[in-house]
Structures are given as C-alpha cells and as structure tokens.
Write a protein that binds this ligand. Structure first.
Ligand code: NAD
Ligand code: DAU
Length: 347
C-alpha cells in the first residue's frame, strides 16, 4: 500500500509518520511537506533512512506537482494533515489559510479522485480536522459528531470549509473518506508558537508568560502520541464516510494549566517553587477567542476501544523533559523568522 501523509514534517504529522513507518514495514510511506516555518525534518531524523519511508518536498497548492506525484506513485491512501495551523497567524493573514487549508485540500481531493474514480476499492482519503470547527461551548456541554459547525476564527473557518468539501466529494463522487476532529494536542516537537511549548521556552529563558484575557478559557488537551494512536486505529478500523471526535477527556482552564506547567518547570529546573509563576503577565485578548472546547470522545471509545494512554500530568512531564533535553531543536526553530513573529504578536 502506498500511503501519502501530507504535513508529515510538522508536529502531529511527524508522530503519525513515525508510527506508520515503524509499525507497518509493508506500507510505503510518502511524506509530502512544503517545509514552511512549522515543518522540520529534524523531527524525523531517527527514521529518515528506513526503506519504507520517502520524503517529497512540495506544496499542496501546486496542482501540477500534486498531479505528477499521484501519477508517479498512485497513492492508495492519503492521510491529510498539511495545514496552516495557528489561530493567531490566521487573524493576521487569513488568505494564507484559505490557500493551504481550502485550495490545497481541494487540489489533493481532485488528484485522488482523478487517480481512482473508476475503482475506489480499498482506497481512502483521511482528512485530519479540528474541534475548532464547532465554534465555542459555554460553561457546560460537549462537542459530539452531530454538533453543528460554527467556526469563529479564519483558521477554523478554513478547516470547516475543507471538511465540507471532503464530505461533499464523498456524497457527489463516492470518494471514500474519513474525517476526525481532534482537540488541542501537546507533546514533543510542537512549534513554540502554541501555548505549552511557547511557555516552556519562555520559562527556560526567564521571559514573561503572555496569558490572553483573564486566562479563564478552557481547552481539552490530548498527548500527541495518543492522537497518532487514534489516527492509526481509525485509518484501519473506522467506517468509511464517518466522522470521529478525538479528545483527551481532559479540560483545563488556561490559567490552571499554566500554573501546573510553572510548578513542574520549577521542579525540573531546580528553581524555588513560585519562580516561574511570577512570569505570568495578563495581556490583550485574542480577537474572537473561543471560550471553551470539550470533546465527547465516546464514539471512538465505544466503537473502537480507544482512550488516552497517559494522564495530563504524565504527558506534560514527558513534554517538558523532551524540550529540556532538546534545547538545540528549540534554539534552531526560535532563531531568525521566529523573532520577528514574536515581536509582531506580543509587541
Ligand atoms: P503544524 O503547523 O505543526 O504542521 C503543519 C505541517 O504542514 C508543517 O510541516 C508544514 O510545513 C506543512 N504545510 C503547511 N502548508 C503546507 C503546504 N501548502 N503544502 C505542504 N505542506 C504544508 O500543524 P499540526 O499542529 O501538526 O497540525 C496538523 C494537522 O492537524 C492540521 O491539519 C491541524 O489543523 C490539525 N489539528 C491540529 C491540532 C493541534 O492541536 N495542533 C488539533 C487538531 C487538529
Ligand atoms: O482545538 C484544536 C486546536 O488547538 C488546533 O486545531 C489548532 O491547530 C491548535 O493551534 C490549537 O488551537 P488553540 O488556539 O486552542 O491553541 P493555542 O496553543 O494557540 O492556544 C491555547 C489557549 O491558550 C487558547 O485559549 C489561547 C491561549 N493562549 C495562547 C497563546 C499562544 C494564551 O493565553 N497565550 C498565548 O500566547
């Protein structure tokens, strides 16, 4: 089976690529990535020489290139993760999100359809989406697979749009698809623009911790390796044409999470307890900031037996250890362009 993974040099993609390359030596895994600021081949150093792994550098918005690789490799299955993924960047430059997340997804769908339209047997287009497409929850309730889409940021609107196109291709052309909507991931190799790695990096460097608004926003956190395990399970056992929500059963208010992170960091850095917490600075809120996300993951749990394998405290501790042991990785990704981004975002 030839499997195309898009965005495999990014955070979640690199964990998916590693899991598939190591677990399934008979599958040929092709990792297609444009290597934007978020893509990093260092994430896959340990598996780059495996005989069932090939890296293809390219952009999903390049129609000619995408057609040519489908022609050359006849991908039986696609796991589509490539995306612009950061909400704050989508507020500054929404069009970039439409280009990659909507048009790029369409180009992949068309290439897949044109390659297999006469026989979709055992073929699959697996689209990785997010819980943000559902919009925001109030203090109570959970997102289920039946919750209506109500995206509030340019990022979530672009992801919702691509989800709709995937489903529409299923209805219109019988294209075999799966969609999963996952909650906030954390873990090793996440680019330090997202809350947890940004704050780890700032604590290491004694920089302030910019908490948006009053910090009472809630997210449901899932360890990235548990997300990769869920993707593996759904890829093999999911029912075609279905959506599955994936979540950690693990809600945290931002400010409580940040305090836990500070406590663990103080301990690991041998700093007196309370040192990191003094770095917390409440800053201007994110426009359109969704109050609360929380996933009802009972469908994947009941139908496929999946549940997270680590507690949040364990996962967070493993994550911090990885960043502390990989300071070169952190330094490499935070030099150059990152400094400009940081200045612009946090002034
Ligand atoms: P990421 O930003 O870390 O990685 C994205 C990858 O896509 C990078 O390697 C980048 O180089 C590549 N890419 C971007 N534009 C491209 C293009 N035009 N052509 C080819 N490659 C391109 O993102 P992530 O956090 O790993 O998220 C992966 C997917 O999972 C995304 O679709 C995202 O919407 C979804 N998701 C993320 C989370 C999360 O918490 N991070 C949660 C749920 C769903
Ligand atoms: O829910 C899934 C989504 O989770 C994914 O689809 C996105 O790709 C991913 O980026 C993530 O989106 P969030 O906006 O929830 O993640 P982020 O890490 O940017 O922010 C988490 C919370 O922390 C959010 O309420 C905003 C807040 N925050 C974030 C940053 C970067 C701060 O308070 N300060 C910050 O500097």
């Amino acid at each position: 089976m030839n499997i195309l993974v898009t965005g495999g040099a990014g955070f979640i993609g690199s964990h998916v690529v590693r899991l598939f390359v190591e677990k399934y030596p008979n599958y040929l895994i092709f990792n297609l990535d444009a290597l934007t600021y978020a893509g990093n081949l260092e994430n896959l150093k340990d598996i780059e020489d495996k005989s069932n792994y090939t890296f293809l550098k390219g952009d999903i918005t390049d129609e000619v290139f995408i057609s040519s690789i489908f022609e050359a490799y006849k991908f039986d299955r696609v796991i589509h993760l490539a995306a612009e993924s950061h909400v704050d960047r989508s507020i500054k430059d929404p069009l970039a999100f439409v280009k990659t997340n909507v048009i790029g997804s369409m180009i992949l769908l068309n290439a897949f359809k044109n390659t297999w339209k006469d026989d979709f047997n055992n073929k699959l287009f697996y689209h990785i989406s997010t819980d943000e497409v559902y919009g925001t929850l109030g203090e109570a309730g959970l997102f289920t697979e039946k919750t209506s889409y109500n995206p509030n940021s340019p990022y979530s609107a672009s992801k919702a749009s691509s989800d709709h196109f995937v489903r529409a291709y299923g209805e219109t052309y019988n294209l075999p698809y799966l969609i999963t909507n996952c909650s906030n991931n954390y873990g090793q190799n996440q680019f330090p623009e997202k809350l947890i790695p940004l704050f780890i990096n700032n604590i290491i460097n004694n920089k302030s911790l910019p908490v948006y608004g009053d910090g009472n926003y809630t997210r449901d956190w899932l360890y990235v390796i548990d997300h990769a395990r869920a993707i593996d399970l759904i890829f093999h056992k999911g029912t075609i044409g279905e959506t599955y929500n994936i979540g950690g059963f693990n809600e945290w208010k931002n400010i409580d999470l940040v305090k836990l992170l500070c406590k663990q960091m103080d301990y690991k850095l041998n700093r007196p307890e309370g040192t990191s917490q003094k770095l917390i600075a409440y800053v201007k809120d994110r426009p359109g900031h969704d109050l609360r996300y929380a996933i009802d993951a009972s469908k994947i749990n009941k139908e496929l037996g999946w549940k997270p394998s680590v507690t949040f405290e364990e996962g967070l501790s493993l994550t911090i250890d990885w960043y502390l042991n990989n300071e070169d990785w952190l330094k490499n990704v935070t030099s150059g362009e990152y400094q400009k981004y940081y200045q612009k975002q946090y002034n």
